[in-house]
Write a protein that binds this ligand. Structure first.
Ligand code: DUC
Ligand code: ZN
Ligand code: ZN
Length: 468
């Protein structure tokens, strides 16, 4: 099967130019100057006149079916990857979990069981280490060498659940320095946060907004700083700060990068658009919809301005979603009367490509930077490039035709995620995913879904391209 995508503007990290794209089987076969393509024949022609032709989105941070807070994230690999496809994402990197006391490889095997045969798009795994000991350190080597899992998430938050102390963090970093893996860090000081949470509850402060007020910016910045210094002690172990939300934490990352360190960071759409006051502080229990960690930040400070700036100047390399959806009914409701029992997480895997594109429309980032932050850099950061993340000969034909003249209205009635509310209800994006091609197969076109569960393949990843 061959496809010719004709008349569009191909956008990549280094520029945008008019070109026709020939797909042969699962791969991009060629890009043509539009004036030379008269003799090119294909089984199917997609007319992309007036539209952008971009690499399929790569969401490098999702949590399908994550057990958390007495429940589990409400999207399965089936529902979550289908929703991702609708929104122009053709690869996810999900987090397999090793719980404390569990064998790392058993946690990975469980994640393969959940995903195998259920995904609509290609997928890969990072590994959460919930307990760093001698066996886990050995397992890191094995995963890097044999399993195509080359990045490990550690938590400085959630004592008693996923938490690693500084000694454990350092040991994992030393191992990563040796085997080339990336350490991904949830950088919040969880020990101090737990004290603030207990004090707030003792004062009778139980509403969702107190989730944010007990996780102050300083405790994200402090943990970010500590992670950066520990990585320095581990001989500049590659470090990637996940879901960065606060200006002061960004300053820590920027300083490390200015010093030439192997430090990278991502942010998420929720931190670019939503705030502590307007969403988390919504009346009654409504704010539970936006309980996530790190938390939404105050609109009276300059976090969003600074995050967009960070995206422009590459102190923030990637926009991922941290997709971790929970329904209000029976899930978020677990925290009625006690904010600390609200499962942490926001769903957004379907909306990332659109929400970041709105930043182009608003003049906050360039078209090239949009493609870089949602597709090319995730591929390079996590060992998928050039198979993924670029429209170029030899790459997988994961392609989105994006219509800048279209409009996308986000809401629970129209989204495809398994959530009973939308964190972005009523948002209107000045752009629209038009057609989605995944490994040479058209899976979204004309507002219809043509994909199927089980067509997505597991991707073994290499090491990050950003390291020597
Ligand atoms: N943050 C969330 O909001 N949910 C899951 C885990 C995390 O770190
Ligand atoms: Zn996290
Ligand atoms: Zn996460």
């Amino acid at each position: 099967m061959s496809i010719l995508i004709k008349g569009g503007k191909v956008v990549g990290p280094s520029g945008a130019h008019h070109a026709d794209v020939l797909v042969d089987g699962e791969k991009v076969a060629a890009l043509f100057d539009p004036s030379y393509d008269e003799d090119v024949h294909a089984d199917q022609v997609i007319v992309a006149t007036g539209k952008y032709v971009i690499p399929g989105g790569i969401d490098a941070h999702t949590h399908m079916e994550l057990p958390f807070g007495g429940t589990a994230a409400s999207d399965t690999f089936d529902t979550g990857t289908r929703a991702a496809a609708w929104g122009g994402t053709t690869t996810i990197i999900d987090f397999a979990v090793q719980r404390t006391g569990e064998v790392v490889q058993d946690g990975l095997a469980e994640w393969h069981r959940k995903a195998d045969g259920n995904c609509h798009i290609d997928y890969a795994f990072h590994m959460i280490l919930g307990g760093v000991d001698d066996d886990a350190l050995k397992a890191m080597d094995q995963l890097v060498h044999d399993e195509g899992v080359t990045s490990f998430k550690l938590f400085m938050a959630y004592p008693g659940v996923f938490y690693s102390d500084d000694g454990q963090v350092l040991r994992a970093m030393q191992t990563a320095r040796e085997n080339g893996a990336m350490v991904m860090m949830h950088a919040e000081n969880g020990i101090a946060i737990d004290v603030l949470v207990q004090q707030a509850l003792a004062r009778g402060e139980t509403d969702p907004i107190h989730h944010g007020l007990t996780r102050p910016e300083a405790l994200e910045a402090e943990a970010t700083h500590r992670a950066i210094r520990l990585a320095e002690v581990a001989k500049d172990c590659p470090l990637y700060i996940v879901h960065l939300s606060a200006s002061q934490a960004l300053e820590e990352v920027a300083a490390a990068r200015d010093a030439g360190r192997n430090v990278f960071a991502e942010t998420c759409p929720q931190y670019l658009y939503l705030t502590l006051e307007d969403q988390l502080g919504a009346p009654g229990f409504e704010g539970a919809k936006w309980v996530c960690s790190t938390p939404l930040r105050s609109k009276h400070e300059n976090h969003q301005r600074d995050l967009w700036k960070g995206l422009r100047n590459n102190d923030l390399a990637i926009v991922s979603t941290d997709h971790c959806p929970f329904c209000m009914k029976d899930q978020k409701e677990l925290g009625l009367g006690d904010f600390s029992k609200i499962p942490n997480g926001i769903g957004g895997v379907e909306h990332r490509v659109d929400l970041v594109y709105q930043g182009v429309v608003d003049g906050k980032i360039s078209l090239e930077r949009w493609v870089e932050t949602i597709a090319t850099t995730p591929a390079r950061m996590f060992g998928l490039y050039p198979r993924k993340g670029i429209v170029a000969p030899g790459s997988d034909a994961d392609i989105v035709v994006y219509d800048p003249a279209g409009r996308t209205r986000i809401g629970v009635q129209s989204h495809h995620m398994n959530m009973d509310y939308s964190a972005y209800e009523g948002f209107e994006i000045a752009g629209k995913v038009d057609t989605v091609v995944s490994r040479g197969e058209v899976i979204v076109a004309d507002g219809n879904y043509h994909g199927r569960k089980g067509r997505g393949q597991f991707l073994e990843r290499g090491l990050s391209s950003y390291l020597l």
